[in-house]
Design a protein. Sequence first.
Lengths: 121, 109
Amino acid sequence: EVQLVESGGGLVQPGGSLRLSCAASGFTFSRYWMNWVRQAPGKGLEWVANIKDDGSGKNYADSVRGRFTISRDNAERSLYLQMNSLRVEDTAVYYCAGAHPYNGNTHWGSWGQGTLVTVSS
Amino acid sequence: QSVLTQPRSVSGSPGQSVTISCTGTSSDVGGYEFVSWYQQHPGKAPKLMIYDVTKRPSGVPDRFSGSKSGNTASLTISGLQTEDEADYYCCSYAGSPFVFGTGTNVAVL
């Protein structure tokens, strides 16, 4: 069974940092692009960042570029999102989303259950 | 990166058909054959329903179909069922970023 399990969310003050993790199982993690997608409370989905299967390519939304860093450890089957200089508007549920079982990275068939990040003083 | 425009809500009775539009620009919807649709029930993760404009993942009922004309993509649910009541989001590749739609709530009356 394919599983993506996020962790690391919580309450942080504006300007603070947080590192999210996503543990993958049930598929060959190293073969697929991975993404972070977020959803502010009561709002729509927003793509945040993605990373190529071998980690050699990374892309970011304008809203997080320069503050967030996506990374992965294929040996550990894990995806990460380092979030620095957090703002109130970064408050959201953060989903780990994978291209599995599809090639490329234009749609995502595998999703985690999400982890809530709250940025507030 | 702007968002794609969807109607806030659509509704229909069981057995009826509803269509959700998703309007973008030539830089996203109109420029690529990479439009996907996601269904999201309250408190749950999104689920892929349509990809590459018209393709349906294994396990998705064939009452769900997708199309595109110019800068507007559409999702049609034929033979609406109570379990289809959810939020639906379109998504388009737009170069290196991706852009989502504003979301549409489908109500089954």
